[in-house]
Design a protein around this ligand. Structure first.
Ligand SMILES: C[S@@+](CC[C@H](N)C(=O)[O-])C[C@H]1O[C@@H](n2cnc3c(N)ncnc32)[C@H](O)[C@@H]1O
Length: 252
């Protein structure tokens, strides 16, 4: 079941019971003056007023998490240090992830251009939480052409060819003409969201997506058989999800 909540974030969070969600994913407006559908603003007077708004709903959403639940939040390199310090007092920060990508767009000429977005992975409980490492293994890249043998082991064995990913993730951004592309200025790639959902939730768990945008996470949850709740203010984006996301119902 996919639930689409077409409301402002504060009203939408009111509809969610406390201690009811296994995984929360948060990809809010970044205060970068992006143009969302239905004239929804991505511009605050100052970084202070932006962070004040962000901390208000973040505080509320922490109550929605089950005792062994996990939370991922994305933001800009400029805002993330403040969010990190705030969340250190509320949750356990397990990983500081860098989502790195390349860009063929306008290049910075007088400084090193920003080609990553930080993501925090946090849990409510320090040691009890879901982490399905076996579901997210990637190939080990040693640079060697032939298979490497670990001679410290007795008998010597081949090195593992698979490993749990580290905290630097290379995934291309969603581009025009990619099959998953939807007209939206900050759609997140499904391959990145899949890693998060597989690692930090189980089949039939409930995943809450604040600021759902294109509902990219909803499509991933549908594929991976998780229950999905997305909150999004734009009725244009919600209409798209209602028409395209199977088994979706609207809470307006
Ligand atoms: C960074 S985008 C999310 C992108 C999404 N993760 C995706 O992959 O498509 C932020 C979204 O927040 C929505 N939004 C902005 N202000 C909001 C508010 N006050 N309440 C709910 N949604 C809001 C915007 O319409 C926009 O779609």
């Amino acid at each position: 079941m996919n639930k689409i909540i077409n409301k402002d974030i504060f009203l939408g969070l009111n509809d969610i019971d406390n201690n009811s969600v296994d995984l929360i994913f948060i990809d809010p407006p970044y205060n970068l003056k992006k143009q969302y559908a239905d004239n929804i603003s991505d511009k605050w007077e100052s970084q202070d007023s932006y962070l004040e708004w962000l901390f208000q709903w973040l505080e509320i959403c922490l109550n929605k998490l089950k005792p062994y639940g996990s939370l991922y939040i994305m933001n800009t390199t400029q805002n993330m240090p403040y969010i990190d310090i705030y969340l250190q007092k509320k949750l356990h920060i397990k990983s500081r992830i860098v989502w790195a990508y390349d860009s063929s767009g306008v290049q910075a000429k007088r400084f090193f251009g920003s080609l990553y977005e930080p993501i925090l992975f946090c849990t409510k409980n320090k040691s009890k939480y879901t982490f399905n490492s076996h579901d997210i293994l990637v190939d080990t890249i040693t640079g060697a052409k032939r298979k490497l043998v670990d001679h410290r082991k007795n008998p010597p064995t081949l090195y593992n060819e698979k490993k749990v990913p580290g905290n630097v993730w290379y995934f291309p951004r969603v581009r025009y003409l990619m099959p998953e592309y939807i007209k939206h200025p900050s759609q997140k790639p499904q391959i990145l969201l899949e890693r998060i959902v597989k690692a930090s939730s189980n089949v039939n768990d409930t995943v809450l997506d604040l600021f759902a945008g294109t509902f990219s996470l909803g499509f991933v949850c549908n594929k991976l058989k998780r229950n999905y709740i997305g909150i999004e203010l734009s009725s244009t984006y919600c209409k798209y999800a209602l028409e395209n996301l199977p088994n979706s119902i609207l809470d307006k």
